[in-house]
Design a protein around this ligand. Structure first.
Ligand code: ADP
Length: 438
């Protein structure tokens, strides 16, 4: 199929005026979306994702730059695009069927055709049997499906979605994501391109064919990555994890070669970087504090007094934040990276997911996961691992390293530790990106 260009943004700028001050929300964004593309817009809160979506759907006119749709300048609301929001506004007094029919009515579909067309749409999103139910009788996931059916009723050429799964519980979100991918890949919907705003890295990699990464201050595009994986995608495949790690790397502002930044695995030539002994709760506290400061940026020596921490403890936390790619340190100042901001904004599960992806790249975890995978029942005695670590660290430090590894690994739900038997177990799904140690 030849691709046609739908959206074209050239040098788009959006600024807002508040009193005398002008605030640039997005600066100089170029973006093209073609037919056949499923594009995810990913980045921390405030980087301008929703603003871009509003500009593309014509709900908002940018301050500067050009917006074209199918080669023509976009004026007013884009008739070829529809937006699905986080929580779809259904009319509570209308049945599910009527909620979809109303969109058909708005499009001028004759009344005799509306009911069968609406039934068909509900069928496609898996809601047959619920036509006469009212929104209050439905779960959040089902209500969102009605939202999708209504969006489809408009037969949009471009389907825009603004964090469509973020208000749902984990299971409903997962099933709705697969339903949407199935609809998209089956060609059963008239939609020619999808543009989805998200701040979940895994969601972008599981769904999109291309990820446009944004950063803020001011909002701009920092990378455009193809996701060349067949559907349905396997979260455990090395290729999937490789892309997830690339996205993390870009958001974390990775600059040095990994072996310099992270050290080498225990037992390998080269220096094995020790993990700083920190509790994840304390790290959360530091990152949350930084996120509250304008610019997410602070002078390290002032932080110690603001947070009432002794400097040793603070420096360990900062080292942890840097090692995990949540912050960068330049000349005594610490700044949250977009990944650090994403971590702070994420819920408990989202934080664990990010944390798990980040520790998977540390040589000491890669090494331990590889040992565990090679062991009987993916289990090892604590003592055996500690002895192995003593090749690289003095005995006390080897023990402390292992305590930290267990603590972080448990938080990431990658490791389980049976305290009474002193046995470490690799959790299912905790596969490293590769078994290489560096
Ligand atoms: P995102 O969707 O990535 O979270 P938004 O597009 O909502 O980001 O917002 C980008 C920036 O623009 C934010 O700093 C936000 O506060 C600001 N902003 C958005 N809409 C307005 C508005 N109507 N007036 C002033 N500032 C706004």
């Amino acid at each position: 199929m030849t691709q046609e260009q739908l959206v074209q943004l050239d040098g788009v700028i959006q600024s807002y005026r508040s009193g005398e001050r002008v605030f640039t929300a997005i600066e100089d964004v170029d973006l093209v979306v073609q037919t056949g593309e499923f594009v995810a817009l990913l980045g921390p809160s405030g980087c301008g994702k929703s603003t871009l979506l509003r500009i593309i759907t014509g709900l908002q006119r940018p301050t500067g730059g050009a917006v074209h749709y199918r080669g023509k300048p976009l004026r007013g609301v884009n008739p070829h695009a529809t937006i699905v929001f986080q929580t779809f506004a259904l009319f509570p007094w209308l049945s599910v069927l009527d909620n979809v029919e109303i969109a058909l009515k708005a499009r001028g579909v004759p009344s005799s055709l509306r009911a069968p067309r609406a039934m068909d749409l509900l069928d496609r999103v898996g809601l047959d049997g619920f036509e006469s139910a009212y929104p209050r009788e439905l779960s959040g996931g089902m209500r969102q499906k009605v939202g999708f059916a209504r969006a489809m009723a408009v037969e949009p050429e471009l389907l825009c979605m603004d964090e469509p799964f973020s208000a749902l519980d984990v299971l409903s979100a997962e099933s709705l994501r697969s339903d949407l991918i199935e609809l998209w890949t089956s060609g059963n919907i008239p939609t020619k391109a999808i543009l989805m705003v998200t701040h979940s890295i895994e969601e972008a990699v599981i769904m999109a064919g291309r990820i446009v990464l944004m950063d803020k201050g001011p909002g701009r595009v920092v990378a455009d990555l193809p996701v060349d994986l067949p559907y349905p995608r396997d979260r455990k495949s090395p290729a999937f994890n490789h892309i997830v790690d690339r996205v993390y790397g870009i958001l974390a502002g990775q600059t040095q070669a990994e072996h310099l930044e992270l050290g080498t695995a225990p037992g390998e030539p080269g220096y094995t970087r020790a993990l700083p002994h920190i509790a994840i709760n304390d790290l959360d506290g530091l990152l949350e504090h930084l996120a509250d400061i304008p610019g997410a940026h602070a002078d390290i020596y002032r932080l110690a007094s603001d947070l009432h921490l002794d400097s040793d403890h603070l420096l360990r936390l900062i080292e942890g934040a840097e090692l995990l790619g949540f912050a960068t340190i330049v000349q005594g100042d610490i700044t949250l990276t977009p990944l650090g901001e994403t971590f702070v904004e994420a819920g408990i599960l989202g934080r664990k997911e990010i944390f798990a992806a980040r520790i998977r790249r540390l040589p000491i975890f890669k090494w331990l996961f590889a040992l565990l995978r090679a062991s009987d029942q993916r289990k090892l005695e604590w003592n055996v691992v500690r002895t192995a670590l003593e090749l690289d660290f003095p005995p006390d430090e080897a023990e402390r390293q292992l305590d930290t590894v267990v603590d972080w690994g448990r938080y990431a739900e990658a490791l389980a530790y049976d305290d009474s038997a002193a046995i470490l177990v690799l959790e299912p799904g905790a596969e490293p990106v590769s078994t290489r140690a560096t």
